[in-house]
Design a protein around this ligand. Structure first.
Ligand SMILES: Cc1cc2nc3c(=O)[nH]c(=O)nc-3n(C[C@H](O)[C@H](O)[C@H](O)COP(=O)(O)OP(=O)(O)OC[C@H]3O[C@@H](n4cnc5c(N)ncnc54)[C@H](O)[C@@H]3O)c2cc1C
Ligand code: SF4
Length: 573
C-alpha cells in the first residue's frame, strides 16, 4: 500500500532540461512544485579534474542503468524484440539534470519548414510527393509562434553564436546573448571551402559559453576552456549550459520547489478524464508513495513519457494495423552516416582542443532549402565540421582498410590523430506508419513493469538522403586542401549497437487533431487536461538538427500553458 502524501499544485516527472525549465518558471510565478527524479543529485563539484574517459564515456557513469530498466528493439513487426543490454545507439540520461548534463551543447532552432512540413511539402510538390506509409504531420504550431520561446531559452542558457544566421536558417527577433566560439583552423578550412562553392556557412550556435555570462535570472557562468570533454561528461566550470547550473538553482531559490531524487515514477493515477497524482518508488528503500497533485507534468524523456501513459492506460494506444490511436505514434530517429574524412599528410591540427558545440555548418541542403522535385527523398541535413576534442580511447580516425587491432592499427591511430577533419551530415528522419513505440509483451523492468518496445528501421528515403548529402560533404572536403578524402554514402539496416545520436523523437506528438496527436500546442493532453507532456516525444518528425533547442522552447511554452491552466482550467486551445 502506497504512502499517501499531502497534495501539491504541480508534480513533475524527470529533472532534465524540460523538468528544470518548467520548475523554474512555475515556482517564479508562485506555484508550489514537487520535482521527482529517479537518479541521484549531482553538481559541478563532482567533475573537478575528473576527465576520466573510461568511467564516463566508456562505462557510462551518467547514463540510465540498463540492468534495471531498458528498452526492447526490433527492426520490423515480424521480428521478436530483444532488450538493449549495453549501450548503444543512444544514451539515456539519469540523475539530476538528465542528459542535459552530458550533452554537447549544439544548439539549433528547427527550420520554419519543419513545423508546417505537411502543408509546405504539398504546396510545393503536390500530395504524390509523400510516399505511401509516411505519416507527415504539421506540428500545430508555427515557427513564428514558437520564436519567443526560443529567445527565452537562448537568454537563459547564454547561447553563443553569430550576430545573424543566414536568412534561410533562422529569422531571429533577438540576437544570441553571447558571441560565437573561437574559429579553429579546421573550421576556417570548412568555411572557406563552403563559401567557394556558393554555400552559406556559419558557426554552430553553442551552449558552451564563448565568454562569461550573467543570465536574466542572475545566474553567472564562466567561459568555456575548450577542454574537449563535453559529450558524456559534466562540465566542472559550469560553462556548458545544463539544468543543474541554470534553471534548477532558480527554482530552489524561490522556496517553492521541493526536489526529490531517487524517486522513480511508476504510474499516473487518474479517473479517465483527469489525473489525480502519480505513484513513485523510493529507489534505495523500495517504499511506494502516492503524490496527489492538481497538475501532472511528464518530463522524463521520450521513452518514459510514452511508457507511463501506456502502463497507466491513459490516452489511446497507437495501433499501426488500423492506424488509430495516438500514444506511441510517429517514432523517429536521426539519419547520420553521410560523411567524408579529409586526411592531411603535410599538416597537423590540435584536435585535443575542442568543445562539444565547436564547429561550423551549412543548411543549404537542410529542410526544403533546395529543390526536391527530382529527388527521391524529402528534407535533408545540416552539414558540419565539429571539433569536440581528441580522447585517447574512443577517438581513432584511420583510413578505410586499416586493421582494427595490432601494430599497424596502433601506428595508423598515432599517425592520424591530428591529421583528420571529418565533414558529416545530420539527416532528418521522417515518420512512418510502421515505426512506433508500444509496451513489450514479454520483457519487464526490475519492478516488474513492462519495458517500452521500439519498432524502427531506415527506409529508402533515408538511404537516398544519405547518398545525396554524402556527395555534398565530399564536395566541401575536396576543397579543404587535404591529401586524400574518403566518403561514406551508405547506410544499411538500422543497428542499435553502434552509437549514433541520442535524438529519439515522437510517441506523444503534438498537433491540432486529437485523433492523431496526444497533446495540443501547449503540450496539454487532449484526453486529460491537467496532464502536460513535454520533450522530444512531442516532435511529429525529426529535423536535420540536434533537438534540444526545440525541446527547450517547448518547455517554456508548457510552463506558460500550465500557468494558464492553474488560473482558469479547461482546454487551452
Ligand atoms: C551524449 C549526448 C549528446 C547530446 N548532444 C546534444 C547536442 O549537442 N545538442 C542537442 O540539441 N541535444 C543533444 N543531446 C540531446 C539532449 O541531451 C536531450 O535532447 C535533452 O537532454 C532532453 O532533455 P529532457 O529533459 O527532455 O530529457 P532528459 O535529459 O533525458 O531528462 C529526463 C529526466 O527524467 C528522469 N526520469 C526518466 N524516467 C523517470 C521516472 N520514471 N521517474 C523519475 N524520473 C525519471 C531521467 O532520469 C532524467 O533525468 C545529446 C544527448 C546525449 C546523450
Ligand atoms: S569543452 Fe568547455 S563547456 Fe565543454 S566541458 Fe570543457 S570547459 Fe566545459
Amino acid at each position: 500500500m502506497a504512502n499517501k502524501l499531502p497534495k501539491v499544485n504541480v508534480v513533475i516527472v524527470g529533472m532534465g532540461w524540460v523538468g528544470g525549465i518548467i520548475a523554474a518558471e512555475l515556482t517564479k510565478a508562485g506555484h508550489n512544485v514537487v520535482g521527482l527524479e529517479r537518479g541521484k543529485s549531482r553538481g559541478t563539484q563532482d567533475y573537478y579534474h575528473v576527465h576520466d574517459e573510461l568511467r564516463y564515456a566508456t562505462r557510462y557513469e551518467l547514463m540510465q542503468d540498463l540492468s534495471k530498466e531498458t528498452i526492447t528493439f526490433r527492426n520490423t513487426e515480424k521480428i521478436r524484440a530483444l532488450p538493449m543490454r549495453t549501450y548503444g545507439s543512444f544514451l539515456m540520461g539519469d540523475g539530476l539534470g538528465g542528459a542535459g548534463v552530458h550533452w554537447n551543447g549544439q544548439y539549433y532552432r528547427f527550420l520554419p519548414y519543419d513545423f508546417e512540413i505537411y502543408t509546405k511539402t504539398v504546396e510545393r510538390y503536390g500530395k504524390s510527393k509523400i510516399p505511401e506509409g509516411m505519416t507527415l504531420r504539421d506540428w500545430g504550431i508555427t515557427y513564428g509562434e514558437l520564436e519567443p520561446y526560443f529567445v527565452k531559452y537562448e537568454q537563459m542558457a547564454g547561447i553563443s553564436g553569430d550576430k545573424e544566421l543566414p536568412e534561410h536558417v533562422s529569422q531571429m527577433s533577438k540576437p544570441f546573448p553571447t558571441g560565437p566560439m573561437k574559429q579553429t583552423p579546421g573550421m576556417k578550412l570548412f568555411t572557406e571551402s563552403a563559401k567557394k562553392l556558393g554555400y552559406h556557412p556559419y558557426n554552430i550556435p553553442s551552449a558552451n559559453l564563448s565568454e562569461a555570462y550573467t543570465n536574466p535570472d542572475g545566474i553567472e557562468r564562466a567561459a568555456c576552456q575548450y577542454c574537449g570533454y563535453c559529450e558524456r561528461f559534466g562540465c566542472e566550470y559550469g560553462s556548458k549550459a545544463d539544468p543543474v547550473v541554470t534553471v534548477l538553482p532558480v527554482a530552489l531559490q524561490t522556496g517553492k520547489f521541493e526536489l526529490r531524487t531517487f524517486s522513480n515514477v511508476t504510474e499516473i493515477i487518474h479517473d479517465g478524464k483527469k489525473a489525480t497524482g502519480i505513484k513513485y518508488v523510493n529507489v534505495p528503500t523500495g517504499e511506494e508513495y502516492m503524490q496527489p497533485a492538481d497538475v501532472v507534468i511528464l518530463a522524463g524523456y521520450v521513452f518514459t513519457n510514452v511508457r507511463l501513459l501506456l502502463v497507466s492506460k491513459l490516452g489511446q494506444p497507437y495501433d499501426p494495423k488500423s492506424d488509430t490511436g495516438s500514444v506511441g505514434r510517429n517514432y523517429a530517429y536521426q539519419v547520420n552516416g553521410a560523411s567524408t574524412a579529409a586526411f592531411y599528410e603535410d599538416r597537423e591540427f590540435n584536435m585535443a582542443m575542442g568543445a562539444g558545440a565547436l564547429g561550423s555548418c551549412i543548411d543549404d541542403f537542410n529542410g526544403d532549402n533546395f529543390d526536391h522535385s527530382s529527388l527521391n527523398f524529402l528534407h535533408g541535413a545540416n552539414i558540419r565540421f565539429t571539433q569536440a576534442g581528441l580522447r585517447p580511447i574512443q577517438y581513432q580516425p584511420t583510413p578505410a582498410g586499416t586493421p582494427k587491432w595490432g601494430k599497424s592499427f596502433k601506428q595508423a591511430t598515432l599517425h592520424n590523430a591530428n591529421r583528420v577533419l571529418s565533414i558529416a551530415g545530420q539527416g532528418a528522419c521522417m515518420p512512418y506508419r510502421h515505426h512506433y513505440l508500444d509496451l513489450d509483451p514479454e520483457y519487464k523492468d526490475a519492478l516488474g513493469i513492462p519495458l517500452i518496445r521500439m519498432t524502427f528501421d531506415f527506409e529508402q528515403q533515408d538511404i537516398e538522403l544519405v547518398k545525396f548529402i554524402a556527395r555534398k560533404t565530399k564536395e566541401i572536403a575536396d576543397g579543404m586542401g587535404a591529401t586524400t578524402t574518403q566518403m561514406n554514402d551508405v547506410i544499411k539496416q538500422y543497428n542499435i549497437v553502434p552509437y549514433q545520436s541520442t535524438h529519439n523523437t515522437g510517441g506523444t506528438i503534438m498537433g491540432s487533431d486529437p485523433k492523431t496527436s496526444v497533446v495540443n500546442n501547449y503540450l496539454q493532453m487532449w484526453d486529460a487536461d491537467n496532464v502536460f507532456i513535454c520533450g522530444a516525444s512531442n516532435f511529429p518528425h525529426n529535423g536535420g538538427y540536434n533537438p534540444t533547442g526545440v525541446v527547450g522552447a517547448l518547455a517554456y511554452r508548457t510552463a506558460e500553458g500550465v500557468g494558464k491552466y492553474l488560473q482558469k482550467g479547461g482546454s487551452l486551445v
